[in-house]
Write a protein of this length. Structure first.
Length: 142
């Protein structure tokens, strides 16, 4: 049935700040930015008078994330996007300490320094995007 994962959507509060983070700091390449058709979005998401701006961004290996900036719909955000569901996404880096140092120097907030996984397979650290999405930075060691 499923042939692959198409993209991962991230609802953002500040579109420009989030776009700058994913593009300029993490290195995702914008593929397209669209002001979505309100009638279509209202229909598929059961909204009214929505305004949605999206931007799809591609990672160097071709995976895609989509930033979604909802404005104008009549359902409060807390009801539209619940606290359950995906908790984070992970990116692979060549050197976790180097990525940590570079991102930290740019003011990116981390939970901790890179840590060696108990099985010795990877070095891992979690940082936070501007809209609060946790991003797992992973260096595969073996």
């Amino acid at each position: 049935m499923i042939t692959g994962i198409r993209h991962f959507g991230i609802v953002v509060e500040n579109f420009e700040k989030s776009l700058k983070f994913y593009k300029d700091i993490l290195g995702f390449e914008p593929v397209n930015t669209v002001n979505e058709n309100s009638a279509f979005i209202d229909e598929i998401l059961a909204l009214k008078l929505s305004r949605l701006k999206t931007c799809k961004l591609k990672s160097p290996d071709g995976n895609i994330i989509e930033l979604l900036d909802f404005r104008g719909h009549t359902i409060p955000r807390k009801n539209f996007i619940s606290s359950t569901g995906p908790t984070h996404f992970a990116v692979t880096v060549a050197d976790a300490q180097e990525a940590f140092d570079k991102l930290k120097a740019k003011g990116i907030q981390f939970i901790s320094e890179p840590q060696l996984s108990p099985d010795g397979f990877a070095k891992v650290a979690f940082c936070k995007a501007p809209e609060g999405t946790y991003i797992e930075i992973v260096e595969v060691l073996k």
